[in-house]
Design a protein around this ligand. Structure first.
Ligand code: NAD
Ligand code: DAU
Length: 349
């Protein structure tokens, strides 16, 4: 039985990847390693927690000794590395946490995989972001050969981790693959990111803090399509290669927000235009990248992957999930979330 470590499996994307692998591959033993930071939540995995091919380990990838002994004990065949500090705004407030988890943590995992993993026939799959490429103006797309040009402490830390993964492949022959994905949306996303934060605020009739003029553009992908891409790349991608993953689904923030407001009005039985009145333009994010757009043709042509959901349908399903999982939302927005919100947004308006 192959033993695969998934790091960050209690987070947003990680929980979808764990669910897919546990259900689709009964012959794999899946170990989910997660520190359970504010973003990690075992509630996200209730439906697989008792599966016979699933195991949870609580631990910190920054702790090199712990990681080395875990790998010595478990002898993983493969690693899918998602654990990270993932929110750009938090990286502006506290860059060091991003250096520690995203850079040091990744190097700890690479070292442990080299020492005790299946370095001959296994795989170290690193999950990364399109933000490493920097920003685009109105034209063009990121391809796998776009030069790295990160602008935020978050994207700089992810770019650095990507470089370490590539360097281990070149220097030590570590079998690696990397993917760089655009903005994900869907169920179980922590409400610090645009879509769940705005769903929660609309629900509670709180203002919707739009950064700058709302003209920045993002390419949105349904999280389960990202998980499917990871599956395809893990199994069929070429060693040492990078794959871009995107939804071919660009939205100006303000247009997306108006669509979200319209859907929320319908679902909450509020008069049309009610939620849009909550829109408030606030001080922009420092270093705010203007536009991301991904060319995923390598993944589509070589590995036969295509996004499955239209955005309006995916957004509607996402809203339904948050409205049906009130307790989840209440739990993650109580306590430290309140002080985070105050620190992040009080000085903006
Ligand atoms: P998330 O913040 O929702 O989850 C991160 C998970 O990592 C949490 O469960 C957290 O507890 C865990 N974690 C954090 N620090 C840890 C540590 N030191 N040791 C062990 N576990 C730790 O993040 P996400 O949005 O699910 O992103 C997952 C990965 O995908 C990240 O590497 C991110 O850079 C990348 N990514 C995210 C997006 C997106 O739109 N969210 C897009 C492209 C790539
Ligand atoms: O592109 C992939 C990246 O997408 C991932 O690597 C990151 O982990 C993920 O957080 C995401 O980064 P963004 O910064 O693009 O996502 P966020 O949801 O924070 O913001 C989306 C857009 O909305 C961005 O232009 C900033 C804007 N925004 C965001 C928030 C939280 C607002 O206008 N107001 C807000 O309150």
């Amino acid at each position: 039985m192959k033993k695969i470590l998934i790091t960050g499996g209690a987070g947003f994307i990680g929980s979808h990847v764990v669910r897919l692998f546990v259900n689709k591959y009964p012959d794999y033993h899946i170990v989910n390693l997660d520190k359970l930071t504010y973003a990690g939540n075992l509630e996200n995995l209730k439906d697989v927690q008792n599966a016979s091919n699933y195991e949870f380990v609580k631990g910190d990838i920054v702790d090199g000794d712990f990681i080395m002994s875990l790998f010595e004990e478990q002898r993983f065949d493969g690693v899918i590395h998602l654990a990270a500090e993932s929110h750009v705004d938090r990286s502006i407030l506290n860059p060091m946490a991003f250096v520690e988890t995203n850079v040091l943590g990744t190097v700890n995992l690479l070292n442990a995989f080299k020492a005790h993993g299946d370095h001959e026939n296994g795989l170290f799959y690193h999950v990364s972001t399109d933000e490493v490429y920097g920003e685009l103006d109105d034209e063009g797309f990121f391809t796998e050969s776009t030069p790295y040009s990160p602008n935020s402490p978050y994207s700089a830390s992810k770019a650095s981790s990507d470089h370490f993964v590539r360097a281990y492949h070149a220097t030590y022959g570590t079998p690696v693959k990397i993917s760089n994905c655009s903005n994900n949306y869907g169920s179980h996303q922590f409400p610090e990111k645009l879509i769940p934060l705005f769903i929660n605020n609309i629900k509670h009739l709180k203002s919707l803090p739009v950064y700058g003029e709302g003209t920045n553009v993002r390419d949105w992908l349904w999280v389960e399509d990202h998980a499917r891409a990871i599956d395809v790349i893990y199994h069929n991608g070429v060693l040492g290669e990078t794959y871009n993953i995107g939804g071919n689904n660009e939205w100006k923030n303000i247009d997306l927000i108006h669509l979200l407001c319209k859907l929320m009005d319908q679902k909450l039985d509020r008069p049309e235009g009610d939620s849009a009145q909550l829109i408030t333009f606030v001080k922009d994010r420092s270093g705010h990248d203007f536009r991301y757009a991904i060319d995923s043709s390598k993944l589509m042509n070589e590995l036969d992957w295509v996004p499955s959901l239209q955005f309006e349908e995916g957004l509607s399903k996402t809203i339904d999930w948050y409205l049906q999982n009130e307790e989840w939302l209440e739990n993650v927005t109580s306590g430290s979330y309140q002080s985070y919100y105050q620190e992040m947004y009080a000085g903006r308006s």
